[in-house]
Design a protein around this ligand. Sequence first.
Ligand code: NAI
Ligand code: MG
Length: 356
Amino acid sequence: MNKTITVIKGDGIGPEIVTEALRVLDKIAQKYGHSFTYQQIDAGGCAIDKYGTSLPEESLQKCLDCDSVLLGAVGGPKWDGVDKNIRPEAALLGIRSAMGLYANLRPAKLFPQLSGASPLKPEIVARGIDLLMVRELIGGAYFGDHITEEKNGEKVATDLMTYSEHEIERIARTAFNTARKRGKRVISVDKANVLDSSRLWRAVVHRVAAEYPDVTCTDMLVDNTAMQLVKDPSQFDVVVTENLFGDILSDEASMITGSIGMIPSSSLGEGTRGMYEPIHGSAPDIAGKNLANPIGTILSAAMMLKYSFDMDAESEAIEAAVNKALDDGYRTGDIMSEGMTQVTCSEMGDKILENI
Ligand code: NAI
Ligand code: MG
């Protein structure tokens, strides 16, 4: 198969980790007889430096004109002061919105080799952690009106959280369809005891759930979910929630598995095209030192093969190669522990390549 992949290396450790992921994709292409064409574009802080905007029109066009997008990370302290409309993160919001990517899928899976890295008690970890957060990505408070105004001699700031039925319905379908391929359990997270948008959320999710009698659906309030994730994460299979709650809960879910450097994500819309990226940021503290963990980005590439290109065997070959590198004791600094062999970002790439 021929696929065109738009590649955004971005800022900080972005270029280092994406380089390793592209090496892995090249090896897969060679082994399985595919051809991947990469179109590299500038977005994020590096684009601000070059063009004065984090998402030049030409870059956006290449995201719309490809089979999928692979992203490293954007941002860093250098651009903290810039106007909010051209901030590095604005590029991501712009791409997600233009590509219609309304679903963010984030697996939180504990690698048994790294169980010691989980901050949870061993007896809780022993029950296993393998859940998938399905977060609504282009609605809610992040996309509602943001207003700061003067009222009665002081500043008043408002962020509007809005959801329509069709926005809730499509993300609910993503969750139920995904659950069918996993443990057939959906937990829908809201704050229906307080928020109108959550009451509508709950009603629409129940309506969709009725079409999936083979999948169980349970409601959970967001504050309780935050507690349950640390109390017994093994109870979760697919968790579906709105944008702001999902942002917070998916970070929490990632932390309980250990390293933030290990976790991939995908953002999907109606078609098969998606955007794939590790969940972490640009890690300015270790950028340019060949210290970053490339596994989150490599597993993001694996997700791209599975969800967008229908290449299940190829995707699983990458996962197996990562597992083997961990089994063999290789660790980047962020996941290093006693008795293991510490490797650099590019050495971890080498080890994974050898296993494919
Ligand atoms: P971060 O995820 O970049 O870093 C948090 C901590 O985790 C740091 O100590 C870092 O060294 C470590 N870390 C992250 N990824 C790692 C990896 N692959 N290997 C080893 N260690 C890793 O979060 P932070 O520091 O809050 O944000 C830094 C910058 O990244 C900010 O400008 C932020 O806006 C941006 N950011 C970008 C995101 C994106 O592009 N999707 C997402 C989150 C933050
Ligand atoms: Mg976040």
